[in-house]
Design a protein. Structure first.
Length: 395
């Protein structure tokens, strides 16, 4: 059964619904490190797909510096919002950007210091993502890939020099037959969504995921019009936070302090359409949400001690919505402390772009205002869904 939120996105078509989330994992922060924003340009044949990189300057201003070729055939310019196609590692001497190719399923490791491909690997024979992309998530030891064609979870050992080695995969499915959608890892737990209303967690203490036996339909999905898609996990591993594909801005929270999912608590945070991508601020006071089909960004206040969310603020429709691009997708942050500085937002179009949104928050109130410099063009992509920052958020 195909996930209800799954739609392929031909370049010439107006897609009805996409799903996705940005996941970046990092473990060390150094103010002296170069600051970049990376994109997986997801370029379809006959052209070579690329990872574009931008220098982050004063006031969070992005300046494109170049692109790294990662293969042909490579991308599909579409798929799930929550299948994050780029993941960033900053751990010890490992400073790497990993990017997936949907057509072949190949995963490339790019060294941040040289901005060159340093390693690559494939999963098993059926591990590709022509239908809806190949999502990535990682910790310091393993990189995980969600292959939407096979609905396999692939495990790769992280090796020196941004290299990876395939360690095996398992086949997973939602309770209604949904295909793997979003995923996040923290410590010994992985949490995934299936786009059909169901969610599940896995024990990854041994590397290859082992089901925790807690697969369940989310509380919000019982209404029939909202389905968990993107997922993030708090710094202490206490809560999993789900962004839903929904006619409204709906987020669900599960207490995972026991090592397993518990029934989700539902929060309706506004009336903007869709909330499939989300990202906690480094200080965990704000949850940033892409309203994928409204062309806006929402920020909700988050209480990390209780896991409760409350309404915050939303931006106006970002520049060029409908006229130049069709959807907002994954999120990344300028800074690794506080509320994260500028919020970067992938804008899906032909060509694509990246919005730069300024945040102000104090005394229980906030504002989200697009920068006068925004957006930064991504001339290398006709379907941008996934971005990441280096250094990444430190959890």
């Amino acid at each position: 059964m195909r996930s209800k939120t799954s739609v392929r996105c031909p370049l010439w078509a107006v897609a009805a619904m996409l799903v996705g989330v940005c996941v970046a994992a990092g473990f060390a922060v150094d103010a002296d490190k170069p600051h970049y924003l990376f994109t997986n340009d997801d370029v379809p044949s006959p052209f070579t797909s690329t990872v574009s990189f931008y220098a982050v300057g004063a006031d969070g201003l992005l300046t494109i510096k170049g692109k790294v070729p990662i293969g042909n055939p490579g991308g599909i310019a579409g798929g799930y919002f929550a299948a994050n196609r780029v993941s960033v590692l900053d751990s010890g001497n490992a400073e790497c950007v990993y990017a997936s190719q949907a057509v072949t399923g190949e995963i490339e490791g790019i060294a941040v210091k040289t901005l060159e491909v340093d390693g690559h690997a494939f999963g098993s024979k059926k591990d590709t993502g022509v239908s809806n992309g190949v999502g990535l998530a990682l910790n310091a030891q393993y990189l995980y890939a969600s292959f939407t064609d096979s609905s396999n979870l692939g495990t790769f050992r992280v090796q020196p020099g941004c290299k990876i080695k395939f360690a095996g995969d398992i086949t997973v499915a939602g309770l209604q037959g949904g295909v793997i959608d979003g995923m996040a890892v923290h410590g010994n737990i992985m949490v995934v969504t299936y786009g059909d209303g169901s969610i599940e967690s896995f024990d990854i203490s041994a590397g290859v995921p082992k089901a925790n036996g807690d697969e369940q339909n989310s509380t919000g999905s019982r209404s029939g019009n909202t389905y968990p898609s993107g997922v993030d996990i708090t710094q202490d591993g206490h809560y999993a936070i789900f962004g839903d594909t929904s006619p409204f801005t709906v987020v669900e929270v599960s207490d995972i302090s026991s090592g397993k999912l518990t029934p989700t608590v539902v929060y309706r945070l506004g009336n903007r359409l869709n909330s499939s991508n989300l990202l906690l601020s480094p200080d965990e006071t704000l949850l940033y949400i892409s309203n994928n089909q409204s062309g806006t960004v929402t920020a909700a206040f988050f209480d990390k001690s209780t896991g409760k969310l409350s309404k915050g603020c939303s931006s106006l429709p970002l520049k060029g919505f409908v006229t130049n691009w069709s959807y907002v997708a994954s999120l990344a942050l300028e800074e690794t402390t506080g509320t994260g500085g500028v919020v970067y937002v992938a804008e899906y179009g032909a060509p694509s772009s990246i919005a730069e949104v300024n945040v102000k928050a104090a005394s229980g109130k906030c504002t989200l205002t697009e920068s006068s410099h925004s957006p930064a063009a991504d001339p290398n992509s006709t379907g941008l869904l996934s971005i990441g920052a280096f250094p990444p958020r430190p959890f």
